[in-house]
Write a protein that binds this ligand. Sequence first.
Ligand code: SF4
Length: 284
Amino acid sequence: MNYVTRQGGATVTILVPWDCGNFCPFCVNKKDYEHMETFSLDKIIESIGIMDEITPECDFVISGGEPLSDLVGLQRIIDAIPSTHRIFINTTIPVNTTTDKDALFSFVTRNKAKLTEINVSRHIEPYVIECEDEILKKLIDLGINIRVNCVLFDKFTKEQIYAFFDRMSNYVSKIQLRANYTNCTLENLYDLEADEIFCFLRENLGEYTSLGEYRMRCGYAFNYKNLKVEYHKTLPYSTIKEEGKNILYDIILRQTGLLTSDWNEYGVPLDVEAYRNVEFEVYK
Ligand code: SF4
């Protein structure tokens, strides 16, 4: 197996062994949490060590499930990742369900030097149990970079999206709108004229800058008042086969500790020994 990845190494997304209390219709991870018997934090930590050894500067994204619903376990994960890596956390901020607010503030204060950004899920439809918006502002005041992620799964009206922008602009400076990935293909990924969401944003928000068009993803940045509005598209898979090589930009560390090279149906196990000899290419 010949792997090729971007300089620095593929991003490693860790799916924590704790479920969330939500049922988002676009979720590709939820099914895994139906059977949690084989989940193992110790094995996840072992696999973090392997990935650190192979690519000591790759990015880690801690996702789930809900990373912030077990702060003791999450601390073990963060402690296992050396500070050569950037760390991102995807969360809903579950302070109205599983997590104590003050414990969360202490946790982020203690770890802020290692946390590159916390990405908070908020959608136009209330798919997730939300906390008060003031908590987002409080986290920013504590020195944490916060981005709001919003999946545009359903049709939306101009009024709805403007109301969402206005609401968020009171608390954060950056939001990322995300296309429903399951509709993205290699053929339509960069076809902006056929992309209804992109055309809506260009028509209503005007000027934009490209955040780059890479092999598997692309992004565009608009402005709305004091809010940076990014629009992000990516393929629903993370390996492209080309000329006998596996071009791999994302690795998924499953709740069992298994390293896989794709998202879908528990993925394809990563050939760790082959990945030790991965070739690096310019990020494209
Ligand atoms: S909060 Fe995240 S993990 Fe939970 S159902 Fe929604 S998308 Fe899936």
